[in-house]
Ligand binder design. Sequence first.
Ligand code: HEC
Ligand code: HEC
Length: 410
Amino acid sequence: MLKKHLLLAGIALMLSAGILFGCSNQPTAWTEAEAEILRTLWIGSLPELQPDPSNQYGDDTQAASLGEKLFFDTRFSSNGEVACATCHDPEKNFQDGLPRAQGVGTTNRRAMPIAGTAYNPWLFWDGRKDSQWAQALGPLESPVEHGGTRTQYVKLIQTYYKDEYEAIFGALPDFSDVSRFPEPAAPVSDEIAAANWEAMSVEDREAVTQVYANMGKAIAAYERTIMPGQSRFDQYVKAVLANDTAAETILTDDEIAGLKLFIGDANCTRCHNGALFTDNDFHNTGVPPIENLPEDTGRTLGAPQVLADEFNCLSKYSDASPEDCSELKFMLSEGEALMRAFKPPSLRDVALRAPYMHAGQFTTLEGVLNHYNEAPAAPMGHTELEQLFLSEEQLKQIIAFLKTLSTIKK
Ligand code: HEC
Ligand code: HEC
């Protein structure tokens, strides 16, 4: 009698589960736990963007409009040819499609996508910056990216953007006296620029650096508006969560099987989780080095750099109070786990931006998936990966799924 009841209850459960999540032998059959994971990856779960306490202009539309112009302005470079958009081309997912980025020189790392980085506590592959505005000030003075110095840049602001700048940040100091404000001058490795900088008074250096920091804050205000869009994956999850049978028509069986592997046997969500498919932490995944490039220890160097950064959350150019800087204060700053650890980039739009990894080590997603399947020993430190033993077909299914993360063009 009891057995019969259990059997009936079982059938009833299977039937209702079948109605809820699709027939159980179909690839769309998701358990409740799986459906919950899908919800966390769904773009609808992206939380409302909170203000950045270190940037009081972060949500100022005038600042965003100035920042957008600066982002595309090639005059802010040593050869007049490089802007942020050179390496972060909106037509290419704010990326450049190159293994190593090309500015006035060649960088040792690959450019990163920008959509959604307003949510990132750490910027760059090694997290050596802790805000978008502090990040923007790096490439401007990098000898291989924009290649200029801050005294040059503040003078360009004075020449081309004085009114716009002053409407947001207040009066610009007068930088016209060349003996007080020489070019080039900045705390950089170039000897002439560094010597010029040292020769300036502390007050003049601070006045220049304040305007320079504000440039970063304007650029960040623009970048905060760059967000990932809806993908077929998002449409699918929305339908699944609404028990809408249309879900079946949105993704193919292979794409759904790939998604199952991604959150299941392949355990990709260990690091690629949340609506941006990144845990914002740093991991050694044994990505091979590139011959002839200097050794890249990843977070091992990035951690002390962000702690010492002149523009970090605790710096005098930050608008945050120290209580707002807990990420920085409590971050893991040393140890074996940081060795050759890098930040997982968002996987949204990933199929549209080969090559892959921090120095463009893999030209295709097939290369990436083979790496995860084999989990080779790390060149330095220890890989966090374990061999997956997936079949060729399963690897193809995961790739098919990754392609569903591309923004639908309107
Ligand atoms: C020469 C090419 C080049 C130029 C010019 C350039 N970038 Fe980048 N960008 C890169 C590279 C390479 C990285 C990764 C570097 C690293 O991790 O060391 C990067 C990383 C970033 C990131 C980090 C994203 C993340 O997920 O952490 C942001 C944001 C960014 N750049 C914005 C900008 C802005 C704003 C400018 C202009 C002020 C700019 N970039 C200029 C190549 C460039
Ligand atoms: C232990 C953490 C971890 C796991 C597990 C993991 N990833 Fe990653 N993923 C990373 C990190 C870190 C990077 C960047 C590594 C680098 O550049 O050196 C990355 C990079 C990638 C990239 C390249 C993105 C780009 O723009 O360059 C893809 C694609 C990717 N992962 C997909 C996957 C898939 C699919 C799985 C599951 C099979 C997976 N990852 C599992 C941490 C992880």
